[in-house]
Design a protein around this ligand. Structure first.
Ligand code: WT7
Length: 649
């Protein structure tokens, strides 16, 4: 891995960095390097000052407990409540009538809730949770479309101290089942259906079997969104609107310890089983509160739009907890950028006068491909800052985003982070950092990222290596739910004392980080993280499949697309029907995002002598590159056979 970067890599040398404009700088939250220096001088004092921006019922006694690594603890014995910090404090500060949450549905229906109104809804749902017997520490699964009720449900969970597990609405009922079972949820909150590109996608009725198969589930609350019918079981099913109509409008926030669990979020790893990433209360909120404030240069007049789904960490940290704990106005949209027209997002920016816009490179590449006309015909002059997240942004997409959406004047913050890190870790600060298209620039103050070689030593400028974090940070994951061994082996055993991110990276001569993507068996498809093993396990559950190997093939828009190589059991023949059947099967087991784009049948898979599938080789075959070193291969002929089968297609 540690090697000189190759020359084809579009690097810093190609551009003059973009300097922050004087006008942006003038009003920016950070406009000189003193903020970095403060954190360098005393990292823990810096985080302690950041923590002081929140309201604590009881102040912490110590900032960081490092006695039992990698089980770090932050803000020892501090007490606070997340929903109180996201709602009540702003009302106390005279901001009760400010808009907290603005929503537009796919069909153009709208909802706008002030801080007072959002607090009332959250309190009502807290009362509902309480009446349903949900207690502090209980897990609650939320499987919903992007509608305001989803955020109300999350906030209510934090208010009573329940641990939410939000499952992306696009995951299939089978995937939902695994996550409900793993978290042992008593309650599931869902909707009857979702609107998607003019069609209705049933949710609650589709989950019937799943719910019946989950013994822990006592109650199911369903929001009416699409009017889709479902079977309501006496004693188990409750309609959101009915129980909310009778619920009390106030609810005292439950005092939580800084280290009490806040939420679980499942994310893909290198095995077939998703990891339940556990975040806790105090450190997480400090981390997302501070990063939102400084990275997005929070201004009281902002209308902020992050296009992620609440089912991902970006939605948790930068739609809900970061913006609301800062008293910002957070906008959410139910639909996709291309329905009913390809200018839908720009129409919304114009209509709501969005000032800060945060999206993913895969979306930007689609916009580029569709052409300039959609953005050009809309008034985007309200925008002042843009963000990017989810995968490396190629300089070409960066420059397009800067020119066509940012009108040449908006800084772009390319933010590197992960579900595990909870908060943004590597990012420009828009009022100070000269921007290099394609680089996420520097560690956020108080964060110590580095690139190391195979032995854990820092690499030289220009030398590729592995991205690690050298010291604990407040919003770090605390463990993998129910699987501490996997927590230790996945993140902490590669390099003792360092957090291993799973990404490859290099630093340039100015110390800018250039992230190259995953070095493990995890794919990034349209900014979504998918484990190759997860897709492989889904494939081999089909009766026809004997073995499967899944790889990510470089894809112009999606970053990676999924290609699967499958060997069949005796008696099965490869056919176009079987390809479709297997694709649908994966869609059913995981969700549409994991459906392979291509499936190839082969007699055998290339394996090392120890039996490990050689994915690198398959990737090379799929991308038609010259094959690298094949000496560890068991049967070189297999490769030839696969290659032939592949190119024939
Ligand atoms: C992986 C984490 C964190 C929000 C969304 C994804 C990749 C994320 C960047 C970026 C290069 C990035 C990494 C990382 N990634 N942001 N700005 N530049 N790569 O969260 O599903 O936990 O995936 O996304 O590979 O490890 P996630």
């Amino acid at each position: 891995m540690a090697q000189e970067k190759d020359d084809t890599f579009l690097s810093e040398d190609h551009f003059e960095p973009f300097q922050p404009s004087e006008s942006f700088k003038k009003n920016a939250k950070v406009n000189d390097n003193s903020f970095y220096r403060e954190a360098q001088d005393d990292r823990l004092a810096f985080w302690s000052r950041m923590a002081g921006n929140l309201q604590w019922t009881k102040k912490w006694e110590r900032v960081l407990d490092e006695d039992n690594p990698p089980y770090y603890k932050w803000f020892i014995n501090g007490k606070l409540n997340v929903s109180e910090n996201c709602l009540d404090v702003h009302i106390k500060n005279g901001r009760g009538d400010k808009r907290a949450l603005i929503f537009e549905g796919e069909e153009g229906d709208t909802v706008s809730l002030t801080y007072k109104e959002l607090l009332k809804e959250a309190c009502k749902f807290s009362n509902v949770l309480d009446q349903l017997g949900v207690k502090k520490g209980d897990a609650v699964t939320i499987w919903m479309p992007m509608i305001p009720e989803a955020i109300v449900a999350m906030l209510a969970c934090t208010r009573i101290g329940a641990v939410h597990s939000v499952v992306f609405g696009g995951f299939s009922p089978d995937a939902l089942k695994d996550r409900i079972l793993d978290s042992d949820s008593k309650l599931v909150i869902t909707a009857d259906g979702a609107n998607r590109r003019g069609k209705v996608i049933p949710m609650r009725s589709a989950a019937e079997e799943t719910l019946n198969d989950c013994p822990s589930v006592e109650k199911v609350v369903t929001v009416k969104r699409t009017g889709t019918a479902y079977e309501s079981k006496e004693g188990r099913d409750l309609a959101w609107s009915e129980i909310m109509a009778e619920a009390g409008e106030t609810f005292e926030p439950v005092t939580m310890d800084a280290e009490d669990p806040l939420f679980i979020l499942y994310s893909s790893g290198t095995t077939g089983k998703p990891k339940g990433i556990l975040h806790t209360t105090g450190g997480y909120l400090v981390g997302v509160n501070a990063t939102f404030h400084y990275v997005f240069d929070h201004d009281d007049d902002d209308i902020y739009w992050c296009t992620a789904d609440i089912g991902w960490i970006t939605g948790h940290s930068y739609i809900v907890y970061g913006p609301l704990s800062n008293g910002s106005s957070t906008f959410i949209y139910e639909g996709t950028p291309d329905y009913p027209n390809r200018d839908r997002f720009w129409e919304l920016v114009e209509k709501y006068k969005i000032t800060v816009f945060y999206t993913a490179p895969t979306a930007i590449r689609s916009f580029m491909r569709w052409g300039n006309q959609y953005a050009d015909k809309r008034d985007l002059s309200s925008l002042r800052l843009l963000g990017s997240v989810g995968e490396p942004i190629n300089p070409e997409a960066w420059l397009w985003y800067h020119e066509h959406i940012g009108q040449g004047k908006c800084p772009i913050v390319d933010t590197w982070w992960q579900t595990e890190t909870g908060m943004i870790m590597i990012t420009p600060l828009p009022g100070v950092t000269p921007l290099k298209p394609g680089s996420a620039s520097y560690s956020f103050p108080g964060v110590e990222a580095d690139v190391v070689d195979d032995h854990g030593n820092s690499t030289k400028p220009g030398q590729r290596g592995f991205l690690v974090i050298k010291s604990p940070w407040p919003a770090m994951l605390r463990t993998l739910y129910g699987d501490p061994d996997r927590f230790e082996s996945t993140y902490w055993q590669q390099y003792p004392g360092l957090y291993f991110t799973g990404d490859g990276a290099w630093k340039d001569k100015d110390g800018y980080f250039w992230i190259m993507g995953r070095v493990d068996d995890v794919l990034n498809v349209s900014g979504h993280r998918i484990g190759t093993m997860e897709v492989e396990s889904a494939l081999v559950e089909h009766p026809a499949a004997a073995e499967a190997a899944v790889i990510g093939k470089v894809h112009e828009i999606k970053g990676h697309s999924i290609t699967a190589f499958v060997t069949l059991k005796e008696g099965y023949e490869g056919s176009e029907e079987l390809v479709q059947e297997l694709k649908n099967h994966v869609g059913k087991k995981i969700g549409a995002i994991a459906r392979p784009e291509e499936i190839f049948f082969t007699y055998e898979l290339p394996k090392t002598r120890s039996g490990k599938i050689m994915r690198r080789l398959l990737r090379d075959i799929a991308e038609q590159r010259d094959l690298g070193d094949v000496t560890t291969l068991m049967d070189p002929q297999v490769v030839a056979a696969i290659k032939e089968g592949y190119t024939e297609k």
